[in-house]
Design a protein around this ligand. Sequence first.
Ligand code: IPM
Ligand code: MG
Length: 354
Amino acid sequence: MKAKITVLGGDGIGPEVTREGVRALQRVAQLFGHEFAMDERDFGGIAIDKHGDPLPADTLASCLASDAILLGAIGGPKWSAPDAKLRPETGLLRLRRELGVYANLRPVAVHPALADSTTLKAEVVRGVDLIFVRELTGGIYFGAKTRTATDASDLCSYSAMEIERVTRVAGRLAQARRRKLTSIDKSNVLDTSRLWREVVTRVMKSEFPDVAVEHILVDAAAMHLIRRPSDFDVMVTENMFGDILTDEASMLAGSLGLSPSASIGDGKRGLYEPIHGSAPDIAGKGIANPVGTILSAALLLRHSLGLEAEARAIEAAVASALEQGLRTADIAAGGKSVSTADAGATIIALIARG
Ligand code: IPM
Ligand code: MG
């Protein structure tokens, strides 16, 4: 097949890890006979520096005209001053909104070879295979803001429609997995959460009666995630709770650097990015873990291009590489580690037609 993919390296380690994701996609194209046209664009802090806008018009136009977008990471101290007028993060929020990608899928599966390298006990994390569905284009991230010298406010609002559509994504995923959905909210305090719980209950009961649903308060969820993570299958929650809990959940797998994400909406087009940030402290050192991005490329193949065998080929290559002992600095636990480029090359060499 032919597909157009917009590539947004972004800032910090973004371009380094994105390079390996692109290589993985090119290898898949070669092996399986596809043609992927890659269009690289400026986005984030680098776009502020070059164009005075974190999401320049031609970058957005390219994204809107493509089948999928592969993104590295954005942001850094250079653009984070408290009084900064332009922020890379604003560009990312606008991009998610413009693309209509309201559901952010963040899978966490513990690779058997890494069960001993996490900060938790191996018996707690072994066998964990869960996926977060984070609402991505609503809530406190997008509400009206006010600020004076002494007061500030960020409005959190949700409509039933916004909750319904993300619940459907979670419901469909649960049906294809272990038929268990955990919805996370703070309904003992927040009205948005009371609406959330009401809508999730209604949609699941009428459209996904075969899925078992439980509701957990977000503070308890944070605790259960590290106490009994293997009990969870699909977890759905609002934007900010999802942001926080998915960083926590990624540590079950051993490192933030391993976690991919897919942001999808009603159409096929999606935005794919590792969940880690731009890591300015290690940028340019060539030691970042490219696995989160390479696995995001696999999600791109699956969700936007419908290429399941190709997605699995990448996931299998990552699994074999980890099995064979491939470790970047973030997961080496002081042992021997390889560079971003070498990790990428090892994984790419393992991609094979099943
Ligand atoms: C993420 C990031 C972003 C978010 C930031 C960079 C705006 O933390 O994708 O999880 O909070 O959504
Ligand atoms: Mg985050």
